[in-house]
Design a protein around this ligand. Sequence first.
Ligand code: FAD
Ligand code: SF4
Length: 446
Amino acid sequence: MHKGNEPAAPHPALSELLPPLSDHEALVEANRCLFCFDAPCTHACPTHIDVPRFIKKIASSNLSGSARTILDANLLGATCARVCPVQELCEGACVLGAEHKPIMIGRLQRYVMDHAYDGRQPVFSVAPPTGKKVAIIGAGAAGLSCAGELAKRGHAVTVYEKRDLAGGLSTYGIIGLREPIPVALAEVEMIRRMGVEFRTGSELCNDLRLADLRSDFDAVFLSFGLKAAVQRLGIPGEEDIIDGLSYIEQSKVDPQSLKVGASVIVVGAGNTAIDCATVAKRLGAKQVTILYRRTENEVSAYRHEMEFIRNEGVEFRFLTQPSSVVTRDGHVAGMECIRMALGAPDATGRPTPQPVLGSKFFIAADQIVKAIGQQRPPITGALGLTTKDGYIEVNAAFETNIPNVFAGGDCIRSRGTCSTVMAVQDGKLAALSIHERLAARVAGGV
Ligand SMILES: Cc1cc2nc3c(=O)[nH]c(=O)nc-3n(C[C@H](O)[C@H](O)[C@H](O)COP(=O)(O)OP(=O)(O)OC[C@H]3O[C@@H](n4cnc5c(N)ncnc54)[C@H](O)[C@@H]3O)c2cc1C
Ligand code: SF4
């Protein structure tokens, strides 16, 4: 795991994939927008950015006003512009998509946010101090969004983060091709300029106790995400398999030290697996094979990601279940696998893969990476939180079973896909609930 406050220079093969739009391109694209009334793209954005409004301001060369429109709804507009699955969200809802090309909303949003950060403009003024204090655990998308929204309203916010750098998965987990580290850190800096205090290297349940935070602060927001490790495969030789999250993290923070095999197997077929395969291929692996126990119809990776990774030259082996790691002379030599067939649907409605008798076979590889989904949120039991399927349970106001302790982001996402924009929205809505509670106390003189 990376330690230190200075990430290494990014590897050129993993630098940001899409170039920024030029002023001319942005203007032409903005002028294609129909500026719909009650726009479907705004409804489709989980943070409900007023998309036609920010695009109209690009068309009238008011880039600061445009940035303001984005940040009013979503403080992590620069990250979301890069990582949102726009095909499934705002751009997927664009009325121009049916017969023509949808507006490039994500890239226009990036254009505006790049302008805002280049200018280092103080985008927000904050309300006078309320005298109320909030502690936030975890400086990922949910924590940063909550911190900024509370700071805007005059509350004193301290963010406790266990890692050396803030930003959560935007800093350590999303590959540089989509989001370089400086983009995530610039957003942290903006939140810091709003008056939020960051204490990195502080871990709840290790350096901090929830009971102390509850007595020192008026409210606590838990946004510690999921465990920074993928689930166990439970097969012999698992200790020789590399964790996909560490693989990606190293490719971002210290790419020169990442040893990539010549022939790499990636186990899993979600977006993390696609990212691991991309890292392997771009950092020199000759052969990269993704193993998945169901068929292409059941993969959780987005279609555009599947298309991307195929173009990178990565091969898929569907209906393939790894059964053990094979080593020779202390080195990984490959995997024993079993062929699968699809059976009856499970509780989630997906067909259950069943092993085909006598179908064992071997795939040679000198490196194996597992990317089968992150483990559930840690420390929930130690904190005495009520959980559902291992995720923190919250009410409609994002409050947990412990009074004045709120939660949001991946650690509460027991259903649906985890995404940055959903975490940002959780942080924003939780901040509004916390503010309402604290404002009532201020009004009541408590
Ligand atoms: C490989 C990968 C790729 C992804 N790609 C995309 C993508 O392209 N688009 C997209 O929308 N989403 C993507 N996601 C999902 C997205 O990154 C998450 O949904 C989002 O980061 C969740 O934000 P969060 O604030 O809930 O958690 P996190 O970003 O995980 O932040 C949690 C923070 O809490 C800290 N923390 C943990 N425990 C403690 C503790 N005890 N004390 C103090 N601090 C603690 C952690 O160090 C971390 O900084 C990806 C996820 C992964 C794993
Ligand atoms: S935040 Fe994401 S979903 Fe919302 S408008 Fe921006 S790119 Fe689209």
